[in-house]
Ligand binder design. Structure first.
Ligand SMILES: C[S@@+](CC[C@H](N)C(=O)[O-])C[C@H]1O[C@@H](n2cnc3c(N)ncnc32)[C@H](O)[C@@H]1O
Length: 208
């Protein structure tokens, strides 16, 4: 995602109540931050956060945390959030730090239109590479559920291989999500852009 630098991004993030500033202090204690025992779902790479905001609105009994590495993008995302969403938090960190923020407390992880890193020499940077799946092992509570959407066939193929090599089982899959009848889809910003161009959307839900 290419984006101009948002000049006052730090100020915007510091003053926004949805953005958790000292996120590392909550490790293992996110239910105290949310003040309830509802399941916690995580999205990595929220972008402008359409998916996680609408997920939080539609599912008040689930707590949603979104990670985004770009402060500028997250600053723009905060402008879209309606007031009073007590089940939503956002964090400005890179996914490489995820296991310093959560410990055995995440029930579902969403990876929506993650950067594909199509070159082979960058494959380890994909958010479904073994390096990242190993990090996620430490953050999941019991059952590990990952739901990925992308329009990128290289990323999708490598993710399916990585999931299966790391013990995940496919529970649901589509090579054309928008034609799938039994799926309640919450669109992301990139999904809207790519499907408007005629790209097919791939989806896989895996469990371990
Ligand atoms: C292609 S955009 C997709 C945004 C959104 N998920 C959507 O579908 O509209 C990918 C986003 O992931 C973020 N991102 C990429 N790598 C990341 C990482 N390692 N940690 C956190 N965020 C990351 C990027 O900054 C960007 O905002």
């Amino acid at each position: 995602m290419r984006l101009r630098n948002v000049k006052n991004k730090e100020e915007i993030l510091n003053n926004n109540s949805y953005v958790v500033k000292d996120c590392f202090q909550y490790i293992g204690n996110w239910k105290n931050e949310f003040k309830n025992d509802s399941p916690i779902h995580l999205e990595i790479g929220v972008g402008k956060a359409d998916f996680i905001i609408n997920s939080a609105i539609e599912n008040p009994d689930i707590n949603f945390v979104g990670i985004e590495k770009s402060a500028s993008i997250l600053a723009l995302a905060t402008k879209k959030i309606p007031e009073g969403l007590s089940n939503l938090r956002l964090i400005n960190i890179d996914a490489t730090e995820v296991e310093k923020v959560f410990s055995k407390e995440i029930e579902t992880l969403y990876l929506n239109f993650s950067d594909p890193w199509p070159k082979k020499r960058h494959a380890r940077r994909r958010l479904t590479s073994k390096d990242f799946l190993d990090r996620y092992e430490k953050i999941f509570k019991n059952k590990k559920i990952i739901i990925q959407k992308t329009d990128n066939s290289i990323l999708f193929e490598s993710s399916l291989i990585s999931f299966s090599q790391n013990g995940y089982i496919i529970k649901d899959i589509s090579l054309d999500l928008h034609k799938k009848e039994d799926y309640h889809n919450i669109e992301t910003e990139y999904e809207r852009k790519f499907s408007a161009k005629g790209n097919k959307i791939y989806m896989v839900k895996v469990e371990k």
